[in-house]
Structure formats: C-alpha cells, structure tokens
Design a protein around this ligand. Sequence first.
Ligand code: NAD
Length: 298
Amino acid sequence: MVELTGKNAIVTGAAMGIGKAYATALAEQGVNISICDIDPAILDIPFTLESTGVQTYATVANVASPDEVRNFVDTTISTFGHIDILINNAGQCHVSHPDDDLDKSMRDYEKMVGTNLKGEYLVGRAVIEQMLKQETPADIINIATDHMVTCGTPDELCPRLPQCPWGSSPRPSGGGEVMDIYDASKWGLNGFLFAWAKALKPHNIRVNAICMGATDSHMIRSFYGFAADEETTNPDAKKVIETWMSATDSAQVVIDLLKEGPAGRTARNLNLCVGRRPELEPVLPHKYILEEDLHAGS
Ligand SMILES: NC(=O)c1ccc[n+]([C@@H]2O[C@H](COP(=O)([O-])OP(=O)(O)OC[C@H]3O[C@@H](n4cnc5c(N)ncnc54)[C@H](O)[C@@H]3O)[C@@H](O)[C@H]2O)c1
C-alpha cells in the first residue's frame, strides 16, 4: 500500500455527484486537488475542502474544448508542478433513442460523445504528456459504466459469486434502448484503456476504469425524473433510490485502487455491481488483453 499524502490529482466534473465525492476522498487522504467543471459551482468546492489543509485549484472548463483543457492542465502544472493522478470523471447522460430526429441526435452526440469520449481523450492526452516528462509512477482512472462490462470477472474466478445478484447466469449488459449514444461513448473508452495501459506500463503509469452501476447523483436522478428530495415525498421513488450505490462507496474503491501503487493492476475495467458490496475485487487474470502483450509495452 502506498501513501497518497502529498500527491497531486486532477478530477474532472467535480462540482457535484461522484466527481465531488472523489475530490473529497482524495483531499481527506492529503492529496492536493485540481478540479474543473462546466458548472460554476466548481469554484465553491475548494472552500468545502479547506478543513483537509490540502492545496486546491478549481476552474470552470469544458473537457470537450481543447483550449480550455490545455489551459486547465497547464495551470495545474504551474500551480502544483507535478500530476500524479488523473480521474477522468466528467460525464453526461441524456435519454436518446435510435428513432430520434437528426437535430436532436446531433445535439446528443455532441453532448455525450463530446464529454464522455472526446473529453477523456483530450484531458488524457494533455496529462499523459506531463506524466511522461516526470518519469515517476502515476495513475489514470477513467470513469465508465457497468453498461459496457458484463462483469469482467469470469464465474469460475469470482470470489463473490454466491452474493452476485445475477448468479451464474450471464449478466445483461448495455443501458437499453434509450441510451444508445451514452453507451457508445462509454464503450469507446475501452480503446483508450487498453492502448494507454500498454503504452504507459513501461513508464509506471497505470490506467484503469471504474465501471459502476446505478449510483445516486444528480445525473441518475434527472434521468429518472427524480428531484433531490424525491425519497421523502414519493415512496415508489424511495424504493428505487435505495437500490443505488453511493458516490462515497465508489470513492473508497478509487482510493483503494490508487493505494496499490505502481506494482498494482493496470488495464482493468473494475465492475461495481448494484446488489454487491462495492469494494476493490482481487486481482484477476486479464480477460481482454494478453498479459505478455501488456508487458511488451509496444
Ligand atoms: N450516477 C450513475 O449511476 C453513474 C453510473 C455509471 C457511470 N457514471 C459516470 O460517473 C461520472 C460522474 O457522473 P455523476 O453521476 O456524478 O453525474 P453528475 O451529473 O451528477 O455529475 C457530472 C459532473 O460533470 C460535469 N460535466 C458535464 N459535462 C462536462 C464537460 N463537458 N466538461 C466539464 N464538466 C462537465 C457536470 O457539470 C457535473 O458536475 C460520469 O462519467 C458518469 O457517466 C455514473
């Protein structure tokens, strides 16, 4: 287990929800935090982290804009001098359907592919350049979704199969017919995961993804049409909300993953499955990338 105190991290989309929980959990570990969001509420987050005593930098920036990403990453480097951790979290999810009209389809494409895929690509590219210059161990964590992994754990290896809500039957994948663009943008992240993990392994830079199921946040509440206080006024909604995971559960998995340090796993989609306790699963054999390929580094 490595100490995280004194490291410097970037978390995108940290004004609310899961990103805010990641930034808070990292600050509580003594990690200096650089955060961005399109929502100006991001500028208030440093005040909420003041009691942790870490250094913070917050700015309004759109991860889909190369200029805003460059400015954000350059200012992080000039403020902190070093980037040890990148959490590519900013994301958008809106209802979309294969028979939507073309104008709505293009707006949805720009919003979801722009943030979820292009955004992670741009921030990743800007940060990797710096991480390679540093020649010190580093971590990149992309935030994906359980829609694009049918639980990466083979049944015969799963230590928690008896508690798995899907039992030994194949777990359904995909978010369904109203999430085509969201799912496509998140599936695309696999391309970055495996290529970056392989290329960066010789430089001690790990690349992993968190693929969580339903987690209580502004995003999922607005997708379901639920208000922030819905569970107090609507008993049916309460039953649904109670099944979701919490952002702090997911943040603890991220902290545990980071604490593995450079000798830890890389190129993994870590599945946090609704109905199963969210915790870092044991290191399992790779399913989608050859171990020898990963070590070859080219
Ligand atoms: N909540 C879930 O059930 C769930 C499940 C699986 C994956 N995820 C993923 O987790 C991540 C966080 O989601 P959340 O549930 O906290 O959502 P959220 O909507 O509560 O928070 C997302 C944050 O990202 C910001 N953002 C959106 N577009 C941006 C852009 N272009 N540039 C910068 N910031 C931007 C938003 O303003 C917001 O603060 C997303 O990548 C999402 O796809 C969420």
